[in-house]
Design a protein around this ligand. Structure first.
Ligand code: SF4
Length: 348
């Protein structure tokens, strides 16, 4: 359990993200956590590189609506502070702590006493120099050996409330690392492609890697890493889970790519419908089709849809044509119908 969120076993795969604010700036951090929560984030991680950040943890942990994980490198004193502060979990690599100040046993005891799980997060960029020398680079084997060695440092003290990540910026290496890890241990796994890049590239890399692993049943919680505001990470993560059928689909726009047969501007139509329905939290499939070839068929399959042609749009609801409207009224009619259907489902 990460606070109230189960991770591992049969629990649904959860979406997490990380704040980009200075953690010590409590108001800014809580504001960002609120935005993340509203976008569907289930677990949030905050960086704790200084004493000021550690001092901010009690109020952040108390006021956040979702479980807060403290992300700590090197400094055992911040780990104890995070546990005392009521953080739901701590991300720490005991190998780093052992190198500087061997307090692994004390951390295991404090975490165990407070029921706080630990994430061991191995990253290609910060791989143990010993393993880097042994393998030559951050191979899947090196990442897995590093993670299992880090786990063993806690296991020596009887601590097993652990989840693991083995992140790499190359989805192929990352996929192989997690497959190997899943074969070799039973701990819950936190999936991530690290430093995945700007939004477009990072979205594709994460979708490919998470898709491959989650389809094989590997992965218990996900964090999409984008060089973009964290809310975007949550939207992408949620969409990945919905696409894989691991989470109930919300609003889904089924629109055709358009072609030489299109009798309306499908791109603009689809964008306007999407924008008009943004934020509607309801499982609704809306088809926006450019012509009568696949249009009526897709529009019938969807909850709501339009098949366009000859300057008009046939509006379908649950497979039935309910009306035909001029092209200029397609968007407003679809939005009106979607809102009516949402209301019938009891959603504001
Ligand atoms: Fe082309 Fe019509 Fe298919 Fe859209 S629905 S891609 S316009 S054939």
């Amino acid at each position: 359990m990460v606070g109230s969120v189960p991770v591992g076993g049969d629990a649904p795969v959860s979406v997490q993200s990380m704040t980009t604010t200075v953690t010590a700036d409590v108001n800014a951090t809580l504001q960002q956590i609120a935005e993340l929560t509203a976008s569907g984030c289930q677990i949030v991680r905050v960086a704790v590189p200084s004493q000021d950040d550690a001092d901010a943890l009690p109020i952040i942990a108390r006021k956040s609506q979702i479980p807060v994980i403290a992300d700590i490198h090197f400094q055992p004193k911040y780990v104890f502070a995070a546990i005392e502060a009521g953080c739901a979990a701590v991300r720490v690599n005991p190998g780093n702590i052992k190198k500087f100040d061997d307090k692994v046993g004390e951390i295991a005891k404090a975490a165990s006493d407070h029921g706080v799980p630990i994430r061991i997060g191995v990253n290609a960029g910060s791989l143990d120099p010993r393993l880097l020398q042994k393998y030559g680079k951050a191979t899947p084997e090196a990442l897995v050996e590093s993670a299992l060695w880090e786990c063993s440092l806690f296991e020596e003290h009887g601590f097993r409330d652990i989840k693991i990540s083995v992140k790499h910026n190359d989805p192929v290496v990352m996929i192989n690392a997690y497959r190997l890890l899943a074969e070799q241990c039973d701990y819950p796994l936190h999936l991530g492609v690290t430093e995945a890049g700007p939004a477009f590239q990072g979205t594709i890399k994460s979708a490919v890697a998470f898709g491959a692993l989650l389809a094989e049943g590997i992965g218990d919680t996900i964090r999409v890493s984008l060089s973009a505001p964290p809310v975007e990470e949550v939207k992408v993560g949620t969409q990945i889970l919905e696409s894989l059928g691991l989470r109930e689909r919300g609003l889904e726009i089924v629109s055709c790519p358009s072609c030489g047969r299109a009798q309306v501007d499908v791109y603009t139509l689809a964008e306007r419908v999407q924008a008009g329905l943004e934020g509607l939290k309801v499982p609704l499939r809306v088809a926006v089709m450019g012509c009568v070839v696949n249009g009526p068929g897709e529009a019938r399959e969807a909850d709501l849809g339009v098949a366009s042609g000859n300057g008009k749009g046939q509006i379908f609801v649950k497979g039935e044509v309910i009306k035909t409207v001029p092209e200029s009224q397609i968007v407003e009619t679809l939005i009106e119908e979607a809102l009516r259907m949402a209301e019938e489902m009891g959603v504001d």
